[in-house]
Design a protein around this ligand. Sequence first.
Ligand code: KG4
Ligand code: ZN
Length: 339
Amino acid sequence: MSKDTFILGMETSCDETAVAIVKNGKEILSNVVASQIESHKRFGGVVPEIASRHHVEQITIVIEEALSRAGMTMKEMDAVAVTEGPGLVGALLIGVNAAKALAFAHGLPLIGVHHIAGHIYANRLVTEMKFPLLSLVVSGGHTELVYMKEHGSYEVIGETRDDAAGEAYDKVARTLSLPYPGGPHIDRLAAEGNPEINLPRAWLEADSFDFSFSGLKSAVINTVHNAEQRGEKIAPETLAASFQESVIDVLVTKTLKAAKQYEVEQVLLAGGVAANRGLRSRLETEFGSLEGIELVIPPLSLCTDNAAMIAAAGTIEFEKGKRGSMAMNANPGLDIENF
Ligand code: KG4
Ligand code: ZN
């Protein structure tokens, strides 16, 4: 009987201090997330310096909590996996240094993980992956279509040329004076309104799987300002519904086209914007009627930043024999195709 693999994962790339323990890359034994959202809310976005300070304060407590909830000790771990990048450099550094210290102190291998690979592997905590697959990654910092022919192999076939989808959600929310992070508020409002305003959709070149959301974001801001100048007020739910429909139209159409063209077995949704109810239901409708392609959507708690996903992706790297050195550094520009 082969031995079970226990990986302790750590994630500090943005505003969540997270530690998790995952068995065999699939089973969550503990998944602790200390969110800093409340501290950043009054600034309308993540303040990097504040994020780093919170990570320093929280990381040791969160590590202990993750071990305690799993009822395990460091002695039982096989490796420590940590988000090496991309993300805020000061925030990443806290996780990388904590992981290095932990790995060194316990004589364990250190595994660097790409944050987006983590988001994709959140799906393996739900169901086994089937290759080839396509993942639509939509988060605050990324919008990408990633093709995978096997475990640990990532090919970016399309990405945003400007704003990420989540970034557009947050900026539009700000225009509507909604609190940070704005995505869930727009999502809620969109469900109450009708998409009556005709907003642009950036399809780009016919054969491109790239995205662009900055034009849409500007169009929303202009629509609001023009209405204000005329002394009119557009109902926020109408604007939210129109914006959301434009985002979802492009995301879903391109994902569907890529899934067929690349003849994939599975389509995985990943990243914070995967929590969007409009996006989830539209994907379910479109893929539900399609034979042969399985759609996987993780539960909300695994869509936003967490460390179970880092441990899951780290398990694959561990099994491939990848070992980081004590010279590992935070790498905000880490490339998913070569990490
Ligand atoms: O993946 P994530 O937790 O952090 C990054 O790695 O960026 O994603 C955070 C992003 C934020 O922009 C947030 O507004 C967005 O995910 N988000 C949503 C929803 N929930 C979170 N966007 C749209 N609809 C939602 N329900
Ligand atoms: Zn993320």
